[in-house]
Design a protein around this ligand. Structure first.
Ligand SMILES: [Zn+2]
Length: 450
């Protein structure tokens, strides 16, 4: 039988920088080309390192989804000589383009200059080759199909077939019952899979239920509204913001939240929301039921989208109560910064963190209980309430990962665990071994033969 090799050039014993090279005979296919994030200047600069393979020799790139840590270095790959097709779900291409343009703009402020420019983004865009779920793509003797991974719009697990063997890349797997999106695919039309590369972001932890989290979210907002305060929600532009809009739409109909304006103050999140609104083919049944009732799932009467920065700066003159959703999700830049500067000093304000906060970020400093922070070179006293909700995760927890693995075809399998910090990756590998499989957490730059 022909052999398949997989080299793990990113997201091994860590979460960011996803990049794996699949070699089937003379075909070389890259799966994801993400940016390294979160470890400070060292990681940021590592994004400039040459690739550990020759980009001009690649036959294709396949993207599991559009998040920065899976697609952020694609224009750099193109600049380094990659000229082949960039496969991914149609929505993935549209989200990736938004991410690339944002990265080109943001990285221009880095000490060493931009990681890539708009010209490279245009070139990468011209190489996009949109694919539908379950549609077979052939690269010589290698075939692959995308299956819904339920993580963000267009996210996919990728099933490769070559020389009588099958390798499945889970991609980032979503949490079952996430609004808007379908649950990760569990219906497979093949009888066996030889190896599975599985993510492990929460491979050793469990999430609070979505329902309890939404109820807690409502209680926090109602308390703030009662005392005529402002609710500030730093939110990620892709996925989290659209889920929040979905919940606000629900709350408006159930009349569970007093009618206060909800200001969406993030141009990037607005562009992403438009992509979400345009891809109804990715929606789950609950979202379709809303559409069939004539209720657009990410719109509601109280929603105002702030477009210009002067509109955003007017917010400090408005009379609360109000709810503001603004980026960036970890308070490392974006419009949330001036809202925090204006409102952190007020006891009536509540800042609600709805996503994980990386070490060294302002978001993390606030979550850890700082009583003073520096924003735009000003020292700001923190009098606001700081709340953290951990149950909105876009990643499957340990039990959901195991449940997904139980639906895979065939008996015992070989699991290669990536995309998790060491404890999570090793924890999930042990759990999968306890299920009777062979499983190990892959190391950086490890190459495995199937
Ligand atoms: Zn992701």
């Amino acid at each position: 039988m022909s052999k398949i090799t997989i080299s793990f050039y990113g997201a091994a014993m860590r979460v960011t920088g996803s990049c794996s090279l699949l070699q089937c005979g003379d075909k070389k296919i890259l799966i994801d080309c993400g940016m390294l994030q979160g470890g400070g200047d060292e990681d940021r600069e590592a994004n400039r390192d040459p690739f550990p393979f020759n980009p001009s020799e690649l036959d294709a790139l396949v993207l599991t989804h559009g998040h920065l840590d899976h697609s952020g270095r694609v224009p750099k790959l193109v600049e380094a000589g990659f000229s082949g097709p960039i496969y991914g779900h149609t929505a993935t291409g549209e989200l990736a383009e938004i991410i690339w343009r944002d990265s080109a703009r943001l990285s221009a402020k880095w000490d060493g200059g931009a990681l890539y420019d708009e010209g490279m983004v245009d070139k990468a865009k011209s190489q996009l080759a949109p694919v539908r779920y379950k549609h077979t793509v052939e690269i010589g003797d290698v075939k692959f199909r995308l299956f819904d991974a339920g993580h963000i719009l267009g996210s996919a697990s990728i099933l490769f077939e070559y020389g009588g063997k099958r390798v499945l890349f889970s991609g980032d797997l979503g949490t079952p019952n996430t609004p808007i999106l379908r649950d990760p695919n569990t219906e497979w039309d093949v009888d066996k899979v030889d190896a599975v590369v599985i993510e492990s972001t929460y491979g050793d932890r469990l999430h609070k239920s979505r329902k309890d989290t939404v109820n807690e979210f409502k209680r926090i907002m109602e308390r703030t509204i009662e005392r005529k305060g402002l609710v500030l929600i730093p939110a990620f532009a892709i996925g989290r913001t659209q889920e929040l809009l979905f919940h606000f739409n629900d709350m408006e109909h159930a009349d569970t939240l007093s009618k206060v304006p909800v200001l969406l103050d993030s141009p990037m999140a607005e562009r992403v929301t438009e992509v979400y609104r345009n891809h109804r083919e990715c929606y789950d049944e609950g979202t379709w039921a809303k559409i069939e009732r004539g209720d657009p799932p990410m719109r509601f009467d109280g929603l105002r989208e702030l477009v210009t920065s002067s509109e955003s700066k007017q917010v400090k003159h408005m009379a609360p109560p109000a709810i503001i959703i603004a980026g960036s999700g970890m308070c490392t830049g974006g419009r949330i910064m001036h809202h925090l500067k204006d409102f952190l000093g007020r006891e009536s304000t509540t800042v609600v963190f709805v996503g994980w906060q990386g070490y060294g970020t302002l978001g993390r400093t606030l979550v850890d209980g700082a009583d003073k922070v520096r924003i735009h070179r000003q020292s700001i006293e923190v009098r606001a309430n700081i709340e953290t909700l951990g149950g909105f995760s876009a990643h499957a927890d340990r039990d959901a990962l195991v449940a997904w693995s139980r639906h895979l075809p065939g008996g015992k399998k070989r699991f290669l665990v990536n995309h998790g910090e060491e404890d999570s990756a090793k924890g999930l590998a042990k759990t999968l071994r306890d299920e009777g499989h062979s499983a190990h957490a892959v190391s950086p730059d490890e190459t495995i033969e199937i």
